[in-house]
Design a protein around this ligand. Sequence first.
Ligand SMILES: Nc1ncnc2c1ncn2[C@@H]1O[C@H](COP(=O)(O)OP(=O)(O)OP(=O)(O)O)[C@@H](O)[C@H]1O
Ligand SMILES: [Mg+2]
Length: 209
Amino acid sequence: MAEGLFISIEGIDGSGKSTQLDHLTKRLDLEGIPYLLNREPGGSGVGMQIRQIVLDPKNPVSPTAELLLYFANRAQNVDEQIRPAMAEGKLVISDRYTDSTLAYQGVARDLGQDLVAQLHAIACRGTEPTLTIYLRIRPEVSANRLRNAKKDRLEAEGAAFHFRVYQAYEALAAAHPERIVPVNGERGEGSIADDIWRILMERWQRRDS
Ligand SMILES: Nc1ncnc2c1ncn2[C@@H]1O[C@H](COP(=O)(O)OP(=O)(O)OP(=O)(O)O)[C@@H](O)[C@H]1O
Ligand SMILES: [Mg+2]
Protein backbone atom coordinates (compact mmCIF):
# COMPACT_ATOMS: atom_id res chain seq x y z
CA MET A 1 0.00 0.00 0.00
CA ALA A 2 1.17 3.52 -0.80
CA GLU A 3 2.36 5.57 2.16
CA GLY A 4 0.07 8.44 3.00
CA LEU A 5 0.89 12.08 2.58
CA PHE A 6 1.10 14.62 5.38
CA ILE A 7 0.27 18.23 4.59
CA SER A 8 -0.47 21.26 6.75
CA ILE A 9 -2.36 24.48 6.21
CA GLU A 10 -1.08 27.64 7.86
CA GLY A 11 -1.80 31.34 8.05
CA ILE A 12 -2.69 34.07 10.50
CA ASP A 13 -5.99 34.04 12.42
CA GLY A 14 -8.88 34.55 10.03
CA SER A 15 -6.85 33.76 6.90
CA GLY A 16 -9.52 31.23 5.86
CA LYS A 17 -7.93 27.90 6.86
CA SER A 18 -11.13 26.35 8.23
CA THR A 19 -13.17 27.71 5.32
CA GLN A 20 -10.75 26.18 2.82
CA LEU A 21 -10.64 22.86 4.67
CA ASP A 22 -14.43 22.65 4.32
CA HIS A 23 -14.05 23.05 0.56
CA LEU A 24 -11.19 20.57 0.45
CA THR A 25 -12.80 17.81 2.50
CA LYS A 26 -16.02 18.02 0.45
CA ARG A 27 -13.99 17.52 -2.69
CA LEU A 28 -11.97 14.67 -1.15
CA ASP A 29 -15.25 12.97 -0.18
CA LEU A 30 -16.52 13.32 -3.75
CA GLU A 31 -13.31 11.88 -5.18
CA GLY A 32 -13.20 9.08 -2.62
CA ILE A 33 -9.73 10.00 -1.37
CA PRO A 34 -9.25 8.76 2.22
CA TYR A 35 -8.11 11.48 4.58
CA LEU A 36 -7.68 12.45 8.21
CA LEU A 37 -8.26 16.01 9.32
CA ASN A 38 -6.15 17.08 12.29
CA ARG A 39 -6.81 20.38 14.04
CA GLU A 40 -4.52 22.22 16.42
CA PRO A 41 -5.13 22.88 19.19
CA GLY A 42 -7.52 19.92 19.41
CA GLY A 43 -7.64 16.99 16.99
CA SER A 44 -7.96 14.22 19.60
CA GLY A 45 -9.72 13.73 22.93
CA VAL A 46 -6.65 14.82 24.87
CA GLY A 47 -6.11 17.59 22.30
CA MET A 48 -9.62 18.96 22.83
CA GLN A 49 -8.98 19.19 26.57
CA ILE A 50 -5.70 21.01 25.93
CA ARG A 51 -7.50 23.29 23.44
CA GLN A 52 -9.89 24.43 26.17
CA ILE A 53 -7.02 25.30 28.49
CA VAL A 54 -5.01 27.11 25.81
CA LEU A 55 -7.76 29.17 24.19
CA ASP A 56 -9.89 30.16 27.19
CA PRO A 57 -9.56 33.96 27.50
CA LYS A 58 -10.06 33.59 31.28
CA ASN A 59 -6.95 31.36 31.67
CA PRO A 60 -3.71 33.16 32.60
CA VAL A 61 -1.54 30.64 30.68
CA SER A 62 2.13 31.71 30.81
CA PRO A 63 4.03 31.88 27.49
CA THR A 64 6.19 28.85 28.31
CA ALA A 65 3.22 26.83 29.54
CA GLU A 66 1.43 27.76 26.32
CA LEU A 67 4.37 26.52 24.26
CA LEU A 68 4.53 23.20 26.11
CA LEU A 69 0.77 22.69 25.90
CA TYR A 70 0.85 23.08 22.12
CA PHE A 71 3.60 20.48 21.90
CA ALA A 72 1.85 18.10 24.32
CA ASN A 73 -1.17 18.32 22.02
CA ARG A 74 0.98 17.72 18.95
CA ALA A 75 2.85 14.73 20.48
CA GLN A 76 -0.48 13.11 21.33
CA ASN A 77 -1.87 13.65 17.84
CA VAL A 78 1.28 12.39 16.13
CA ASP A 79 1.00 9.08 18.02
CA GLU A 80 -2.76 8.69 18.16
CA GLN A 81 -3.88 10.17 14.84
CA ILE A 82 -1.24 11.19 12.31
CA ARG A 83 1.09 8.19 12.22
CA PRO A 84 -1.66 5.54 12.13
CA ALA A 85 -3.46 7.41 9.32
CA MET A 86 -0.22 7.73 7.33
CA ALA A 87 0.40 4.00 7.75
CA GLU A 88 -3.09 3.38 6.30
CA GLY A 89 -2.14 5.38 3.22
CA LYS A 90 -4.36 8.37 4.01
CA LEU A 91 -3.95 11.99 3.15
CA VAL A 92 -3.38 13.67 6.52
CA ILE A 93 -4.25 17.35 6.64
CA SER A 94 -3.33 19.39 9.68
CA ASP A 95 -5.05 22.72 10.36
CA ARG A 96 -1.90 24.33 11.83
CA TYR A 97 1.29 22.45 12.85
CA THR A 98 4.76 23.47 14.02
CA ASP A 99 4.97 26.51 11.72
CA SER A 100 2.21 28.01 13.88
CA THR A 101 4.29 27.47 17.02
CA LEU A 102 7.36 28.97 15.34
CA ALA A 103 5.33 32.04 14.39
CA TYR A 104 3.13 32.57 17.47
CA GLN A 105 5.28 31.34 20.37
CA GLY A 106 8.75 31.48 18.78
CA VAL A 107 8.45 34.94 17.24
CA ALA A 108 5.34 36.79 18.42
CA ARG A 109 5.76 35.63 22.04
CA ASP A 110 9.53 35.93 21.67
CA LEU A 111 10.39 32.50 23.09
CA GLY A 112 12.82 31.87 20.24
CA GLN A 113 12.62 29.64 17.20
CA ASP A 114 15.54 27.48 18.39
CA LEU A 115 13.62 26.45 21.50
CA VAL A 116 10.56 25.68 19.38
CA ALA A 117 12.69 23.58 17.02
CA GLN A 118 14.13 21.59 19.95
CA LEU A 119 10.69 20.85 21.34
CA HIS A 120 9.44 19.98 17.87
CA ALA A 121 12.16 17.30 17.59
CA ILE A 122 11.11 15.83 20.95
CA ALA A 123 7.36 15.96 20.34
CA CYS A 124 7.09 15.12 16.64
CA ARG A 125 10.05 12.73 16.17
CA GLY A 126 10.40 13.27 12.46
CA THR A 127 6.72 13.54 11.53
CA GLU A 128 6.90 16.48 9.14
CA PRO A 129 4.52 17.79 6.50
CA THR A 130 5.78 17.33 2.94
CA LEU A 131 3.70 20.27 1.77
CA THR A 132 2.41 23.31 3.62
CA ILE A 133 -0.25 25.55 2.13
CA TYR A 134 0.29 29.08 3.46
CA LEU A 135 -2.85 31.19 3.11
CA ARG A 136 -1.37 34.62 2.71
CA ILE A 137 -3.46 37.58 3.79
CA ARG A 138 -2.45 40.87 5.34
CA PRO A 139 -3.22 41.32 9.06
CA GLU A 140 -5.50 44.29 8.36
CA VAL A 141 -7.62 42.13 6.06
CA SER A 142 -8.02 39.46 8.74
CA ALA A 143 -8.75 42.08 11.42
CA ASN A 144 -11.54 43.35 9.20
CA ARG A 145 -12.94 39.84 8.69
CA LEU A 146 -12.87 39.09 12.41
CA ARG A 147 -14.02 42.45 13.76
CA ASN A 148 -17.40 41.11 14.94
CA ALA A 149 -16.23 37.63 15.93
CA LYS A 150 -15.95 36.36 19.49
CA LYS A 151 -12.20 36.05 20.03
CA ASP A 152 -10.21 33.30 21.75
CA ARG A 153 -7.21 34.03 24.01
CA LEU A 154 -4.69 34.32 21.16
CA GLU A 155 -7.02 36.05 18.70
CA ALA A 156 -7.65 38.68 21.38
CA GLU A 157 -3.99 39.83 21.22
CA GLY A 158 -3.38 43.27 19.72
CA ALA A 159 -2.49 44.35 16.19
CA ALA A 160 1.27 44.40 16.92
CA PHE A 161 1.17 40.73 17.96
CA HIS A 162 -0.68 39.74 14.80
CA PHE A 163 1.70 41.71 12.64
CA ARG A 164 4.62 39.80 14.16
CA VAL A 165 2.86 36.52 13.41
CA TYR A 166 2.37 37.64 9.81
CA GLN A 167 6.02 38.64 9.45
CA ALA A 168 7.10 35.30 10.90
CA TYR A 169 4.99 33.41 8.35
CA GLU A 170 6.48 35.47 5.54
CA ALA A 171 10.00 34.65 6.77
CA LEU A 172 9.19 30.94 7.08
CA ALA A 173 7.79 30.86 3.54
CA ALA A 174 10.93 32.57 2.23
CA ALA A 175 13.18 30.14 4.14
CA HIS A 176 11.40 26.94 3.00
CA PRO A 177 10.25 27.47 -0.57
CA GLU A 178 10.52 23.72 -1.33
CA ARG A 179 7.85 22.92 1.28
CA ILE A 180 5.75 26.03 1.90
CA VAL A 181 3.52 27.14 -0.97
CA PRO A 182 1.97 30.59 -0.48
CA VAL A 183 -1.56 30.96 -1.82
CA ASN A 184 -3.15 34.38 -2.16
CA GLY A 185 -5.96 34.30 0.43
CA GLU A 186 -7.38 37.72 -0.40
CA ARG A 187 -9.69 36.41 -3.10
CA GLY A 188 -13.03 34.67 -3.36
CA GLU A 189 -13.24 31.34 -1.57
CA GLY A 190 -13.83 29.38 -4.78
CA SER A 191 -10.68 30.43 -6.63
CA ILE A 192 -8.55 29.83 -3.52
CA ALA A 193 -10.10 26.36 -3.20
CA ASP A 194 -9.32 25.61 -6.86
CA ASP A 195 -5.67 26.59 -6.40
CA ILE A 196 -5.30 24.48 -3.26
CA TRP A 197 -6.88 21.48 -5.01
CA ARG A 198 -4.52 21.75 -7.96
CA ILE A 199 -1.39 22.05 -5.77
CA LEU A 200 -2.49 19.21 -3.53
CA MET A 201 -3.47 16.76 -6.27
CA GLU A 202 -0.18 17.33 -8.06
CA ARG A 203 1.63 16.30 -4.86
CA TRP A 204 -0.79 13.47 -4.00
CA GLN A 205 -0.35 11.82 -7.39
CA ARG A 206 3.42 11.58 -6.99
CA ARG A 207 3.43 10.70 -3.27
CA ASP A 208 5.45 7.53 -3.80
CA SER A 209 8.27 9.22 -5.68
N1 LIG B 1 -11.82 34.17 0.85
C1 LIG B 1 -12.49 34.81 1.81
N2 LIG B 1 -12.95 36.06 1.62
C2 LIG B 1 -13.61 36.73 2.60
N3 LIG B 1 -13.90 36.22 3.81
C3 LIG B 1 -13.48 34.97 4.07
C4 LIG B 1 -12.76 34.20 3.09
N4 LIG B 1 -12.45 32.99 3.63
C5 LIG B 1 -12.97 33.01 4.88
N5 LIG B 1 -13.59 34.19 5.15
C6 LIG B 1 -14.25 34.58 6.42
O1 LIG B 1 -13.22 34.98 7.32
C7 LIG B 1 -13.50 34.52 8.63
C8 LIG B 1 -12.34 33.63 9.12
O2 LIG B 1 -12.28 32.45 8.30
P1 LIG B 1 -11.80 31.07 8.91
O3 LIG B 1 -12.48 30.78 10.20
O4 LIG B 1 -11.92 30.08 7.81
O5 LIG B 1 -10.26 31.41 9.19
P2 LIG B 1 -9.18 30.54 9.98
O6 LIG B 1 -7.90 30.76 9.24
O7 LIG B 1 -9.65 29.15 10.14
O8 LIG B 1 -9.11 31.28 11.37
P3 LIG B 1 -8.52 30.73 12.79
O9 LIG B 1 -7.04 30.82 12.69
O10 LIG B 1 -9.07 31.70 13.79
O11 LIG B 1 -9.05 29.32 12.96
C9 LIG B 1 -14.84 33.78 8.56
O12 LIG B 1 -15.85 34.70 8.93
C10 LIG B 1 -14.95 33.42 7.09
O13 LIG B 1 -16.28 33.31 6.68
MG1 LIG C 1 -9.86 27.93 11.84
